[in-house]
Write a protein that binds this ligand. Structure first.
Ligand SMILES: Cc1cc2nc3c(=O)[nH]c(=O)nc-3n(C[C@H](O)[C@H](O)[C@H](O)COP(=O)(O)O)c2cc1C
Length: 136
């Protein structure tokens, strides 16, 4: 049996209009961790997919390894995301938030000097983000 990617897909209570899914892609376009109109535009441009997965979204102020990553722990951030979800729903698509905490990969420079918090005491080695102090 051949199933077209353009055909709807039932996942639990959700009906996706097609089987295309946008992968989570960190865009780093959130000044002060707050999503803006640029995020609304970015996700609206991709609503032809049946399901959009958001970029990783910080669940608390200590969770980031990226500059300008989005959060969802303050009223301002939530209001920014509400504009995104409203725009996506208005265009007939669905969006899931990818909740994110970078654990031992977080960096004090991104969290007002607060130390890194992770599930183990083993330090991360090497870093992708060479603009931050201490990464080699
Ligand atoms: C710029 C960039 C940002 C990304 N951001 C995320 C992210 O926020 N969350 C995540 O789970 N994966 C993220 N990824 C991984 C992509 O989702 C992944 O590359 C995509 O699903 C394709 O899979 P592949 O790289 O294994 O082919 C990112 C990748 C890139 C290149």
């Amino acid at each position: 049996m051949t199933i077209s990617l353009a055909s709807p897909l039932q996942i639990g209570d959700l009906t996706l209009k097609n089987r295309f899914v946008l992968a989570s892609l960190m865009r780093d376009r959130n000044p002060g961790t707050v999503p803006t109109e640029l995020n609304v535009e970015y996700y609206r441009q991709r609503v032809t997919a049946g399901l959009l997965l958001s970029e990783g979204i910080m669940i608390e102020p200590l969770g980031s390894e990226w500059t300008n990553a989005a959060g969802i722990f303050s009223e301002k951030q939530i209001a920014g995301w509400k504009k995104v979800t409203d725009a996506v729903h208005a265009e007939g698509s669905i969006i899931f938030a990818q909740l994110w905490h970078a654990g031992r990969m977080t960096h004090p420079a991104l969290q007002a000097g607060q130390p890194t918090v992770g599930p183990s005491a083993i330090a991360a080695k090497g870093g992708k983000f060479r603009q931050l102090v201490g990464y080699v």
